[in-house]
Design a protein around this ligand. Structure first.
Ligand code: PLP
Length: 647
């Protein structure tokens, strides 16, 4: 342990946590040296996984009662911690949303952390508060917001979306009511659903509007219909979250048209541009995001496409006064810090956090160091690379384009050799994704588009070049497909998670195993399987004329018709009829937990009195994992309905 000779003007002789200036410098230099070695080491793979057991062995939870040598600690971090994480700055990192910071931003974080300014009130942090205002001013200009707009830096897109919903509710409604309704497309990021849940919206107060199958954009006419249906029913349409772009495919919703729909109906339009918004720095990005300036609020995440390290998100509100109105509270113990004039911004009054540090420092330092032109060039290059990737996929017979380049994302997959069904194609591509990870050269992730497996390439790193993008695509075109276990074997090995606890002994049982065995869906189940379904499934009776599920509902139950007749209607047309033995709700039920997944595409109404068997999504999932024949019946219905729903 280094001998302490406190020389700081504040250091007490006996201060157990003080360091002298020379030691601080020495530790800082050693840390930077270790860091630069790590950052410039080309051999570190894109991802190295480890099991919890391995990590527990490497990092036991014993409290370090005695002091340890700093170099030894750095060594341990180098050996036991840093290798076991993804390398988000890797040029081959195209998974999820890449996050590739810059070194000056990291230094900005270091300064913010070491100086530890309190950026909740102007009184205590006029300098850092001004820095945050400056950074927010840049963001406002980039998206075309007026001077009267205001914003706040938060931890990320999820926090920003929640802040937006809270702000909208306070502005338009005040206290929460049971009639308030929020609207998103089925392509929206799941953070909006979480925000709604946390702010007291029940599932039936969130409408999930199906995006157009071809473009994956929210359709203004369908949104208008959903809002008008709620207005006619006496509910209070409050908040629409549009995307620019979506996490799945980078799709940008038609913002000017959505703004018009919302304006005409007095609904708050939020644009979640967490991932795509900074494309506005470029000319083509600005054109693609046209209309964003009409939104009431916008989420932008500097820790995504503005190359800032975690955590840095932001919310901008067009009428800036509303943000303060929603959050400002002045308790007695903060009276000394109440702002004295309008220009004195207390950022604690613009969001949830009272104690907050300076996220602006890193943004300001890195933007000012490189200049905005450098960031614009980096973003532009990613747009070029994504467009090039699309061309490359189109020109490669082994690959199938699943969604065109939009704001840096393209989706593709390896074509089937012929004759394979969707499940087989998905399995083979999933095996390729896993094998690609094992190469250490890069990382991609996957998603589903209209129920079809897609490999998703998100090109956002300033470190990625043409050779890296082509390299991944060529690998996927050429690599041998690893042997994959059959669906049945996989199910046996890994039953679906998320199953509900089996409270069979608690339930009253409206259905007997014999009654269930007579239904085609359950005909393959053995006595144990029938018992379990009988224990899980409650009964629901619905009188003729009454709806069972509503289009745009967020509820996810799965229904089997036991008695009676029902019809599914969409746009005033009957699109399906259900009789005893038929089932519905499988699309939504299977997607539970996957963000929004699929919206309820139709309203199902009883034509004759219905007796229904209801399965919770987790029970349906568990049943399908255990019973291949049930799995096949439900999946083929999913395929059929998705094909029908495709426009
Ligand atoms: C469109 C969109 N919104 C919100 C989020 C959530 O942002 P964060 O992870 O910063 O909370 C993401 C993250 O990927 C996103 O892509």
């Amino acid at each position: 342990m280094t001998e302490l000779e406190p020389s700081s003007p504040f250091a007490l002789a006996g201060d157990p946590l003080a360091l002298d200036a020379e030691t601080m410098r020495a530790l800082g230099h050693r840390t930077v040296d270790a860091l630069v070695d790590l950052l410039t080491d080309p051999g570190r793979p894109c991802l190295r996984r480890a099991t919890p057991q391995e990590m527990e062995q490497r990092l036991p939870a014993a409290v370090p009662e005695a002091a340890r040598d700093f170099d030894e600690l750095l060594d341990q971090l180098r050996t036991d911690v840093f290798p076991w994480m993804s390398r988000l700055d890797h040029p081959g990192y195209f998974a999820f949303i890449p996050a590739c910071g810059t070194f000056p931003s990291a230094l900005g974080d270091f300064l913010a952390s070491a100086l530890n300014p309190y950026v909740g009130t102007w009184m205590e942090a006029a300098g850092p508060s001004r820095l945050e205002l400056v950074v927010l001013e840049w963001f406002k200009r980039w998206i075309g917001y007026p001077a009267s707009a205001a914003g706040v830096l938060v931890s990320g897109g999820s926090a920003a979306n929640m802040t937006a919903l809270a702000c909208a509710r306070e502005a338009l409604l005040g206290p929460m009511t049971e009639s308030a309704v929020a609207y998103v497309s089925d392509q929206a990021h799941s953070s909006v659903a979480r925000a709604a849940r946390l702010l007291g919206f029940r599932p039936d107060q969130v409408r999930i509007v199906a995006a157009a199958a071809a473009t994956r954009q929210l359709r203004p006419e369908e949104l208008a219909e959903a809002i008008d249906t709620d207005l006619a029913a006496g509910r209070q349409p409050l908040f629409v979250s549009a995307a620019a772009g979506t996490t799945n495919t980078g799709a940008i919703d038609p913002l000017p048209e959505l703004a018009a729909v919302c304006r005409e109906r007095g609904v708050w339009l939020h644009v979640d541009a967490a991932y795509g918004g900074f494309a506005a720095l470029t000319e083509r990005g600005r054109a693609a995001l046209h209309g964003i300036e009409q939104a009431d609020s916008v989420t932008l995440d500097p820790h995504k496409w503005l190359y800032q390290p975690f955590e840095c998100g932001s919310l901008l509100v067009r009428d800036g006064r509303l943000l303060r109105h929603a959050f400002e509270i002045a308790p007695d113990y903060l009276r000394d810090a109440v702002a004295e004039e309008e220009q004195e911004v207390n950022f604690a009054d613009r969001g949830l956090q009272l104690s907050r540090g300076s996220r602006a420092l890193k943004v300001w330092l890195s933007m000012s160091f490189f200049g905005a032109a450098a960031f614009r060039a980096a973003i532009d290059r990613c747009l070029d690379l994504a467009a090039m990737a699309e061309d490359h996929v189109r020109a490669t017979p082994e690959l199938e384009l699943m969604s065109p380049a939009s704001l840096g994302i393209i989706c593709f997959r390896r074509r089937a050799d012929g004759g394979e069904d969707e499940d087989e194609v998905a399995r083979r591509n999933a095996a390729l994704v896993a094998a690609f990870e094992r190469t250490g050269d890069g990382l991609v992730s996957s998603t589903r588009l209209q129920g079809r497996y897609a490999v998703r390439l998100c090109v956002m790193n300033h470190t990625s070049g043409e050779q890296h993008v082509r390299g991944v695509l060529d690998w996927f075109a050429r690599a041998d497909v690893p042997a994959v276990p059959t669906a049945q074997a996989r199910r046996r090995r890994s039953p679906r998670s998320g199953a509900l606890h089996d409270h069979a002994w608690l339930a009253s049982r409206p259905f007997s195993p014999a009654e269930l065995a007579a239904l085609p869906l359950f005909a393959s189940l053995d006595a144990g399987g029938l018992e379990r379904v009988a224990a899980w499934a409650p009964e629901q009776r619905v009188p003729a004329g009454q709806a069972v599920t509503h289009r745009w509902d967020a509820a996810r139950d799965f229904y089997v018709v036991i008695e009676g007749r029902a019809v599914a209607e969409r746009d005033g047309r009957v699109v399906a009829e259900f009789r005893p033995g038929d089932f519905f709700g499988e699309l939504a039920a299977l997607d539970w937990g996957a963000g929004y997944g699929y919206a309820r595409l139709a309203t199902v109404t009883a034509v004759e009195p219905l007796r229904l068997l209801v399965l919770a999504p987790a029970h349906l999932g568990q049943l399908m994992a255990e019973a291949p024949a049930v799995d096949e019946i439900v999946r083929s219905a999913v395929r059929h309905r998705l094909a029908q729903a495709t426009r």
